[in-house]
Design a protein. Structure first.
Length: 829
C-alpha cells in the first residue's frame, strides 16, 4: 500500500535484480520522491525490494512509515569480514560508483489477539495487502455481527459490563475493616488484581475498602449494589445470578447469548497492534474452569524479516537512496494504519505552532475546527471537498493520537510549560521585550495560605493551597474603565483549570456592546483575594492614566453629581462583595471628613464594608433568576424568592419563613444564601473507522469502559460532596470555637467592668452583646450542617442544642422507622 504526493507517478517495477553477491531480488519497486509506503509487499520464499529517494535535509528512514511493528531480533553492521566496507549495487553516486552503506535487520513483531478468538483466522498468511483489503475485512466482520444494536444484545452486554466494572473497581470507599474470603474467592481476586495491575502498566490499584459487594433489594423491592440500579437498563435476574453464583441462571442467560453470537461463550475478534499498551481483552470470557475473566492478549509471532541498506552519513550527499528488502510472509491479520508517517507528523506540528496563543489550550476538537487549520487544509488538499486533518492520514482521526502531537508542539513552543512557571516566564519575556504601554500581563503574585486573613463570608477553600493571582489588563482597558459608570463582574470556573476567572466589564454606551476591561485569574474566591484584585486594578489604572478610579458615593459632590462608578453589579458570592466593600472602605479613608449623601450626619470613613455596598452594589438579576429557577420548589415559593430581590421588602422575615416551610429541602438549602448576603437589600471522523479501523480514541469503545467510567464518576462525585461537607463542618467547628472563646473573653471583660464600675461598662456591654450574637449565629450555622458529611468528622455543638437537634431527628427519623446514630463532640456553653 502506498501513499504518494504525486499520485500520477507509479513506482517502476523490475524483476530479478541482483543487489549483492548473495542476494537477488525477485521484484524491485522504485518509488518517486515523496512516496509513503505503509504495507510493503513481501514474498514467502524470495526477496522483494523497495527503493526510496530521500530529502538530504530531512533524512528519515522509510521503515518508520510501515504499519508493522519492527523489533527483535535486530541489529546493524557497517563492515564485513576483515573490516571491509559493505556495498549495495543499487546505492550509487552520480558517477555510478557504489557508496559504503550500513545494513540493518529487524523482525516483524506481529499482533496481539484475544486467546478466546479463532486463532486460525487470525494467523492467515499473506504477502500483499492494501487498504481496500482491510476495508473489506472490517465490513465482513461488521456483517457477521448482525446482533449489534438489538435490544437483547444491549441488555446483556450492559449487564455483564456492569458486573465486570463492579469486580474491577470493587468498593471505592476508604479502607474501613478487614474482610475475610474463602481461599477460592481470594485466589480469584488475586488473579483479577494481577491482570488489572498489568493493564495499568505496573501501577497498583489504589487502596480502598476490601469489603464484599452484595446484591440486595430495598424495602420497595428496588435492586441495588451500593448504587441504585435502573431495572429497565439491565437484566436483573442475570446480574443477581452473577453475584450469587447461581450456575443454572448464568448458564441459561449465557447459552441464549451464545446462540445469538455474543456473550462470554462466543469467539472473540479483539485484535491490537503489537505496539499497543493494551494488556487484556475488554470483553469478559468464560474460562475452562468456569470463571469469568478478561483474556490476556497473546502475541502472534511473524516470520517476516526486513533488511535496510542505507548510505553511511558521510556519503548521503552523494547517494539519496535507501533500499528496504522484505522476506517472509506475514502470519497475522494486517494491522490498522494507526501509525502517522514522520513527514506528516512534522507537518502537523509545524502547523500547530503557527496558531501561537491558541496553542496552550488547544484540544483535538478545537484543532479540527480552527479557521487557520481549515484554510491550510483547503490549500493542501484542493481536490477534497471540505478537507480536515484526518484527510492527511487516517491515524489523525484518533483524538488521543492527535493529542500527543499537540503536547509535542506545546513543549517545543512553550519549553517552560503552560502552567504557573510558563506564565512567569511569559511575563518575564513581555517585560523585557515590550514597551510598558504594550504590556497585558500586569500583575502576578503568590501568597502563602497561612498569611491570609479569613472572613465569615468565605467559602471553605482547599486546605493549605496558596493564593495565586494573575491580572491581565491593557492600557486601553484602563482608560475605558476610568470612564465607565456602570460595572459588572462575573466569575467563570471552567475556562482555566485550577483557577477562577474574574472578569470586570460593562456595556459600552456608544457602541452598545459588552466590553471586558480586565481579567483576573485566582485560585481563591475569598474576600482577601477580591480585595487584592480591586486594589491592584486601581493601581494599574493609576499607572496607565495618572488617575485613580472614582466612586460616585465617595468622590461625588452631591447625589445628582454623576461622577465615577455609580453602580457595581455582581453575583451572590459573599467573598467578592466583601472584598469590594473592604476596598471601598479603604478608598473612603482618603476623604475622612466628607459626609455621606444618604446619612449626612455620618462621615464616609465611618461606614462599614456592607454600608458601602448598600450604596453602590446590586445583585445581577440574571444570576439570581437562574439560581431561583434551578431550585426544585413550587412556583409560589419561587415567586417569594424573587420578591426578596428588591430595595426594601415589606416582610423579609415572613418571606424567609415561607421559603423554609413551603420550599422543603431546596428551600431550606437556599436559606443561607439569602440571610448571609448582607448586601442584597440593596462527522468527518465516522467513516475513518468504517474503512480503516482507526477509532476516535485509544479507548476501544467497549461498553464496560463507559460503565466503569460512570461508576468511578458517581463514586468521585459522592465522595467529593462528602469531603466538601466535612470541610464545611471543620470550618464551622473552628468558627464556633473562636466565637465561644470571644464570648468567654467578652463575658470576663463585662464582669470586671461591672465589678469595678469602670467607665468602659457601656463598651463592654456592647461587646458582650456582639459576642453573644456572633456565638448564636455560629451555633445556628453548625446546627445547619447536622446530618451532612461522611460521619468521620464530629460536629461541635453546645449540649442544649445537641439535645434539641437529637429530639428533632428522633421525631423525623422515627416516623420513617430508621435508627439514629450520633456521636457529636461537646462544647461548654
Amino acid at each position: 500500500m502506498t501513499i504518494c504526493t504525486t499520485p500520477l507517478l507509479h513506482p517502476t517495477i523490475l524483476h530479478r535484480v541482483e543487489i549483492t553477491r548473495e542476494t537477488t531480488l525477485d521484484t524491485l519497486y522504485t518509488y518517486p520522491f515523496g512516496t509513503i509506503v505503509e504495507y510493503p509487499e513481501t514474498s514467502q520464499y524470495g526477496y522483494i525490494g523497495h527503493l526510496f529517494t530521500l530529502d538530504p535535509n530531512n533524512w528519515e528512514n522509510p521503515v518508520s512509515n510501515f504499519v508493522y511493528s519492527e523489533g527483535e531480533p535486530k541489529g546493524s553492521k557497517t563492515s564485513g569480514s576483515k573490516g571491509k566496507p559493505l556495498f549495495c549495487r543499487l546505492l550509487k553516486d552520480e558517477d555510478g560508483e557504489m557508496v559504503p552503506c550500513r545494513i540493518s535487520h529487524s523482525a516483524c513483531q506481529g499482533l496481539k489477539v484475544c486467546p478466546f478468538g479463532d486463532l486460525t483466522i487470525s494467523s492467515s498468511p499473506y504477502c500483499r495487502v492494501t487498504r481496500e483489503d482491510i476495508e473489506i475485512r472490517l465490513a465482513r466482520d461488521r456483517a457477521s455481527q448482525c446482533y449489534l444494536g438489538t435490544p437483547i444484545y444491549d441488555l446483556f452486554q450492559k449487564t455483564l459490563a456492569l458486573w465486570s466494572a463492579f469486580q474491577d473497581l470493587r468498593c471505592t470507599g476508604p479502607s474501613h475493616e478487614v474482610a475475610t474470603y474463602t481461599s477460592e474467592k481470594l485466589a480469584r481476586r488475586e488473579v483479577r488484581s494481577q491482570l488489572l495491575e498489568q493493564a495499568q502498566r505496573g501501577h497498583a490499584k489504589m487502596s480502598t475498602c476490601n469489603g464484599r459487594l452484595l446484591f440486595q433489594r430495598n424495602e420497595k423491592g428496588r435492586p441495588l449494589v451500593c448504587y441504585d440500579i435502573n431495572e429497565s437498563s439491565y437484566d436483573i435476574d442475570y446480574l443477581e445470578a452473577l453475584f450469587a453464583d447461581d450456575c443454572a441462571e448464568i448458564q441459561r442467560a449465557e447459552h441464549i447469548a451464545h446462540q445469538l453470537g455474543f456473550g462470554p461463550l462466543a469467539p472473540c475478534i479483539t485484535v491490537a497492534n503489537f505496539s499497543s499498551n493494551r494488556v487484556c481483552c475488554p470483553c469478559e470470557h468464560r474460562t475452562d474452569d468456569g470463571e469469568l475473566s478478561h483474556g490476556e492478549l497473546v502475541p502472534l509471532s511473524c516470520p517476516n524479516r526486513l533488511r535496510v541498506f542505507a548510505p553511511l552519513p558521510e556519503y548521503r550527499h552523494r547517494c539519496l537512496k535507501i533500499l528496504v528488502v522484505s522476506h517472509g510472509q506475514h502470519t497475522h491479520l494486517p494491522p490498522s494504519p494507526a501509525k502517522t508517517p514522520l513527514s506528516i507528523q512534522n507537518e502537523i506540528v509545524q502547523l500547530m505552532k503557527t496558531l501561537q496563543y491558541d496553542l496552550p489550550d488547544l484540544t483535538p476538537c478545537r484543532l479540527f475546527r480552527h479557521p487557520s487549520v481549515l484554510s491550510y487544509m483547503q490549500q493542501r488538499l484542493p481536490a477534497i471537498l471540505h478537507p480536515t486533518i484526518s484527510d492527511l492520514h487516517s491515524s489523525l482521526a484518533n483524538r488521543d493520537h492527535l493529542r500527543v502531537y499537540i503536547s509535542r508542539a506545546q513543549s517545543e513552543s512553550f519549553p517552560h510549560g503552560t502552567g504557573w512557571e510558563g506564565l512567569l516566564h511569559m511575563k518575564a519575556i513581555q517585560d523585557a521585550t515590550l514597551l510598558p504601554h504594550q504590556h497585558y500581563i500586569r500583575y502576578i503574585t503568590e501568597r502563602r495560605s497561612n498569611t491570609l486573613t479569613s472572613h465569615d463570608e468565605d467559602e471553605p477553600e482547599s486546605s493549605g493551597q496558596n493564593l495565586r493571582l494573575i491580572i491581565c489588563m491593557s492600557a486601553e482597558g484602563s482608560r475605558l474603565l476610568l470612564r465607565s459608570q456602570y460595572l459588572q463582574s462575573d466569575i467563570s470556573f471552567k475556562r482555566v483549570v485550577g483557577f477562577r476567572e474574574f472578569a470586570l466589564g460593562a456595556l459600552d454606551r456608544d457602541s452598545r456592546q459588552s466590553l471586558v476591561y480586565c481579567r483576573a485569574y485566582t485560585t481563591h474566591q475569598t474576600a482577601v483575594a477580591h480585595h487584592l484584585i480591586f486594589q491592584t486594578i486601581e493601581s494599574i489604572v493609576k499607572v496607565d492614566t495618572g488617575q485613580y478610579l472614582r466612586w460616585h458615593h465617595i468622590h461625588g459632590r452631591h447625589v445628582n453629581d454623576f461622577t465615577g462608578v455609580m453602580l457595581f453589579m455582581g453575583d451572590q458570592h459573599g467573598g467578592q462583595a466583601k472584598g469590594l466593600g473592604i476596598h471601598l472602605r479603604q478608598v473612603a479613608m482618603s476623604v475622612p471628613d466628607r459626609p455621606d449623601f444618604h446619612e449626612p450626619h455620618r462621615v464616609l470613613s465611618s461606614l462599614t464594608e456592607y454600608e458601602h455596598l448598600h450604596r453602590i452594589f446590586r445583585l445581577c438579576n440574571i444570576h439570581t433568576k437562574r439560581n431561583i429557577d434551578g431550585t426544585g420548589t413550587s412556583e409560589p415559593v419561587k415567586r417569594t424568592m424573587r420578591s426578596l430581590n428588591c430595595l426594601k421588602h415589606d416582610d423579609w422575615d415572613g418571606a424567609i419563613q415561607t421559603i423554609m416551610v413551603d420550599g422543603g429541602k431546596p428551600g431550606v438549602g437556599s436559606y443561607p444564601h439569602f440571610v448571609s448576603s448582607f448586601y442584597v437589600h440593596g462527522n468527518t471522523l465516522d467513516w475513518v473507522f468504517e474503512t480503516t479501523g482507526i477509532r476516535r480514541s485509544y479507548k476501544r469503545g467497549h461498553i464496560s469502559k463507559s460503565v466503569t467510567k460512570n461508576l468511578v464518576r458517581r463514586a468521585r462525585q459522592r465522595y467529593n460532596i462528602l469531603n466538601q461537607q466535612d470541610d464545611k463542618i471543620r470550618d464551622w467547628n473552628k468558627r464556633l470555637i473562636r466565637a465561644q472563646e470571644a464570648l468567654v473573653k467578652a463575658t470576663m471583660r463585662f464582669a470586671l467592668a461591672e465589678k469595678h464600675g469602670a467607665e468602659g461598662l457601656v463598651n463592654a456591654e456592647r461587646s458582650l452583646a456582639q459576642a453573644q450574637d456572633a456565638f448564636e449565629k455560629a451555633v445556628d450555622a453548625s446546627a445547619g450542617v447536622v446530618g451532612t458529611g461522611s460521619g468521620r468528622i464530629g460536629i461541635v455543638l453546645p449540649p442544649s442544642r445537641q439535645a434539641h437537634k437529637l429530639f428533632e431527628e428522633t421525631v423525623e427519623k422515627g416516623q420513617e422507622g430508621l435508627p439514629i446514630e450520633r456521636n457529636t463532640p461537646r462544647i461548654s456553653e
